[in-house]
Design a protein around this ligand. Structure first.
Ligand SMILES: N[C@@H](CCC(=O)N[C@@H](CS)C(=O)NCC(=O)O)C(=O)O
Length: 211
């Protein structure tokens, strides 16, 4: 169909890449990888981490959701989801912040482990509370990562905020709720979500039913 193969599972971070693909408006072939197939030789040849999502674009494999969002924004500039020169500082800063410090802070905190105050200087995120406060302040002051305009960075940073608040791994904040509402109102987001809901329902229907 297109020249992008999208490897995903609807119950994964792949949902945010599906959204990014809707944003760039390019056709792709979707391969749903069941969780018990992630460590198969066939899929390990795509992503040696055995994790979804991944994309193959013209024989270039990209893994890591943040990298996939940035890559697609770069190679499809007509979608205008990459940063202008004036937006580059915010775009890269917050995209990397979300893929590194935010992700680590949220996962460690959710797993029940936080660095002691004296360990904060060794950890790129300092403390979970600090990460939350920094993001709360950011989205209290602006509508999107780069200011007034939606970019690919919002697909990644926004997904982290939306999922974090939805699953309770981030606390509720008015700024997070307003930002999430802005993102969820996008037609591209709604289309992506509906496609993954459908894929998830199909997978569930294929599961053997208990006798
Ligand atoms: N850092 C990776 C994380 C990918 C990841 O952890 N994916 C999970 C699903 S959300 C996965 O494939 N887990 C299955 C496993 O590790 O076996 C990214 O941003 O894409």
């Amino acid at each position: 169909m297109g020249d992008i193969i999208f490897y995903t599972n609807p119950q994964s971070r792949g949902r945010l890449v599906r959204w990014m693909l809707e944003e760039i408006g390019q056709p792709s072939d979707t391969e749903i990888i069941a969780y018990d197939q992630l460590k198969s030789d066939r899929y390990l040849a795509v992503n040696p981490m055995g994790k979804v999502p991944a994309i193959n674009h013209r024989d270039h494999i990209v893994t890591e959701c943040a990298a996939i969002c940035a890559y697609l924004a770069d190679v499809f500039p007509e979608a205008r989801l990459g940063p202008t020169d004036d937006e580059k500082a915010d775009y890269y800063r917050w995209l990397f912040y979300a893929a590194g410090p935010l992700e680590q802070a949220v996962v460690n905190h959710h797993a029940g482990w936080d660095p002691a105050p004296e360990q904060g200087r060794m950890f790129g995120y300092g403390s979970y509370d600090k990460v939350v406060a920094v993001l709360d302040e950011l989205f209290s002051l602006r509508d999107f990562v780069c200011g007034e305009r939606f970019t690919a960075a919002d697909v990644y940073v926004g997904s982290a905020i939306m999922w974090g608040t939805q699953f309770g791994t981030l606390p509720g904040r008015d700024s997070f709720n307003r930002y999430s509402d802005r993102l969820k109102s996008r037609e591209q987001f709604k289309r992506a979500w509906a496609k993954d809901d459908e894929a998830q329902a199909e997978m569930a229907a294929r599961q053997p039913q208990p006798a």
